[in-house]
Design a protein around this ligand. Structure first.
Ligand code: NOJ
Length: 700
């Protein structure tokens, strides 16, 4: 029998669903093969035991949940993880999440999200590692390897990964969640598919369909996408699960007349598990009996699911790693917290610094709605709690920073918090404190639920009450550092114009406050680089560094009219992909190539020197971009094809090398063949996507 995912709890020995949104009957619940969103070793062991006792088939349940950026130890949101440019560290974070989840009885996480994101209005950009296809591929692989390990899913402390949302979910029209996706076949293949492919090549056990249509066909009914591309071309052999209710939604899309037709379309497309609707369990049997669906399709799906359960070792031990004692010891243990603190600090991006940072123990006023707020773990962290999370205030106190004063200043947002009754008093207190202080750290940002699923925004500025606080504080103190919390790049033009320093900390997770103290006081030198451009204004989105050449390229600053430009805002983002400052300075030397000509079998070596020219130790992210000067189709102005994070002490110099292979130069050409084309390529190596430090070579 096929599976239904649902949220079930035991109630006097009966499996039931308090949030039974799918309207399952008790019998349907009884035949479900997986449970979604329930955690806890004790609870899951009990459910499994009763299920196994009741069912003569003795096929164990599989327990799944959204462990997106950590389980109880919460890591920074994926977009912030992308800013670390450190896949090893991200793999370590995923391994921690797997260990905690496995001990708590889980077998599978709905992560990584490998969707490419370029529109900051879309709330789910927080779940992606950013705007670059290649970088996303590196992180998707790292996460799969972190969750699943490399020795098979039976290994203790490992869980299965689920790559999502296949395909193209990151490009909803106008940035509105669940909206139509319009991508050309070439854009889909060159930009959107590679990160999913990387995760699949890393061995991801499962894939999730997306909610959107692609070429007007909803993914869960898209045979070509699922059978021909995902399974045929990309070689995926694992389990394909629908997104939440996506099979039933085929009716809302209007491609299925009723749930029976929806079930048939999804099964024919190759979807194995129906998440949270009863389309499969209610209709597949009759579809087979009437001859509308071949039983071979059911067998195929069932076999894939059984294989996954077998790979997890559930037939030998249906509880796998569920262990109450171990759960207690592992969850939020010091070692896990240490990794979370390190990752958070490495994900922060210093956007501006007039020299005011790091703080040095001056009289500092910490003001703002995020000073004492510990809800800094992102929209998907259902198992994070304020009680287990370190706020800025707590982090500063933990470090023992001398002259620190704290005030709330204003509420987070009129929509999400308390009423504005106390607004005047809060503001006055804050301004008085700011007046007396040498420096002010203003902790501002979006509410954690202003990003994530179903949280698209047309206006990506900070709430009025926070901007009012910002202006009033700046009026009485020039030494203002803004610590910015967000789940997406925001329009922060005014803030960056006036503040002396701006540190983007995203949603930093359990150890956020400690990590912020580490960076503000210079115990850790910031090394994060933007994984997604900060637009100058929402009018620019979707914006990304790897845009395509136009026939009328605009040169910034010129006044000619008939070029690809805006009349009222610049073309350039406020801060581009790959950008980020440090407390030290680095000098990257000229690009040296091992040859100027490259044969298709060659490996071209690209070398630069990088030197710490400042006074403190720090890490530089050296980035290599390639630009295909001429192609049979328009090519991106440049594409990331290598990066390396190097730690250097003051005065220290090191050599960094990258290798270029012919494979890295391929794209879908005019005939839709995946090839490289002979000709001139430019290589840029520098500290951000706008670097002009370059050289050129010719591919023969
Ligand atoms: C819907 C979301 O789109 C998906 O990412 C998530 O994994 C499922 N719900 C399950 O919670």
């Amino acid at each position: 029998m096929l599976q239904v995912s649902g949220m079930f709890y035991t109630d006097d020995g009966v499996l039931t669903g308090p949030e039974n949104t799918a309207g399952y009957t008790e019998e349907e619940i009884r035949v479900a093969g997986s449970v979604l969103g329930t955690v806890g070793a004790g609870q899951l062991k009990k459910i499994q035991r009763e299920y196994m006792e009741r069912h003569p088939h003795h096929i164990p349940l599989i327990f799944m949940a959204d462990i997106i950026n950590g389980f109880r130890t919460v890591f920074p949101i994926p977009l912030a993880q992308g800013c670390t440019f450190d896949p090893k560290l991200v793999e370590e974070g995923a391994a921690v999440a797997a260990r905690e989840s496995a001990a708590s009885g889980l077998h599978l996480t709905f992560s990584p999200m490998a969707d490419l994101v370029r529109d900051a209005r879309w709330g789910r950009v927080m779940e992606s590692t950013g705007e670059d296809a290649w970088l996303n591929g590196c992180f998707a692989r790292a996460m799969v390897e972190g969750y699943q390990g490399r020795s098979g899913l039976r290994e203790k402390g490992r869980i299965a990964a689920c790559v999502k949302h296949f395909a193209g979910y990151g490009a909803p029209t106008a940035g509105r969640d669940y909206n139509t996706v319009e991508l050309s076949e070439r854009t889909l293949r060159d930009d959107y598919l590679p990160a999913y492919k990387e995760a699949i090549d890393a061995g991801a056990a499962t894939v999730m369909t997306s909610f959107n249509t692609l070429d007007r066909i909803p993914s869960s009914a898209n045979r070509r996408l699922m059978r021909d591309i995902l399974r045929g071309e990309m070689g995926f052999e694992g389990v394909l699960i629908s997104d939440w209710a996506a099979i039933e939604e085929l009716c809302s899309h209007g491609v299925a007349r009723d749930k029976e037709e929806a079930a048939r379309l999804a099964l024919e497309a190759g979807v194995d598990i129906d998440m949270m609707t009863n389309c499969y369990c209610r209709h597949l049997k009759e579809l087979v009996e009437s001859g509308a669906v071949s039983s071979a399709l059911i067998d195929e799906a069932v076999l894939r699911i059984l294989k996954l359960k077998n790979d997890l070792g559930l037939f030998e031990d249906p509880y796998k790693d569920a262990d109450e004692r171990e759960e207690k010891v592992l969850v939020l243990c010091d070692e896990h917290r240490k990794t979370a603190r390190r990752m958070a600090a490495e994900s922060f991006v210093l956007l501006k610094n007039d020299g005011i940072l790091p703080l040095a123990g001056e009289r500092t006023a910490f003001i703002g709605p995020y000073v004492a707020n510990a809800e800094i773990y992102g929209a998907w962290s259902m198992f994070g709690t304020p009680e287990t999370t370190v706020s800025i205030e707590q982090g500063i106190k933990n470090r023992g920073c001398g002259h620190a004063y704290f005030a709330e200043g204003c509420i987070l947002s009129a929509d999400f918090g308390r009423s504005e009754e106390t607004a005047g008093k809060l503001l006055q207190e804050a301004v008085e404190l700011a007046q007396k202080a040498d420096k002010v750290v203003l902790a501002l940002g979006e509410h954690r639920l202003q990003s994530g699923e179903a949280a698209s925004r047309a206006d990506i500025t900070l709430p009025d009450c926070q901007m009012e606080l910002f202006r009033q504080v700046c009026a009485v103190n020039k030494n203002v550092v803004v610590v910015l919390f967000s789940g997406r790049p925001l329009d922060i033009r005014e803030i960056c114009g006036q503040a002396a320093a701006v540190l983007a900390v995203w949603m930093p997770g359990t150890e956020g406050g400690n990590a912020i103290a580490d960076v503000l006081f210079g115990d850790v030198n910031p090394s994060g680089r933007l994984s997604m451009s900060f637009p100058y204004s929402v009018g620019q989105v979707p914006i990304f560094y790897g845009q395509f050449r136009t026939g009328r390229p605009y040169i910034e600053g010129t006044e000619e009219k008939y070029f690809s430009r805006y009349l009222d805002i610049p073309n350039r983002p406020l801060y581009p992909f790959g950008y980020g400052l440090s407390y030290t300075t680095f000098a990257i030397g000229p690009v040296q190539l091992s040859a100027q000509q490259m044969r298709r079998t060659d490996r071209l070596r690209v070398t630069v020197t990088v030197k710490n020219t400042g006074t403190v130790g720090g890490s530089e992210v050296v980035q290599m971009y390639l630009a295909d000067v001429n192609g049979s189709v328009a090519r991106p102005v440049r594409e990331l094809r290598g990066f390396c994070k190097v730690r250097l002490e003051p005065g220290e110099e090191s050599e960094v090398s990258f290798e270029i292979t012919e494979e890295m130069l391929r794209f879908h050409d005019i005939h839709m063949d995946y090839v490289s084309e002979p000709g001139v390529f430019r290589v840029f190596v520098g500290d951000c996507s706008e670097t002009e430090n370059g050289a050129a070579f010719v591919l023969e």
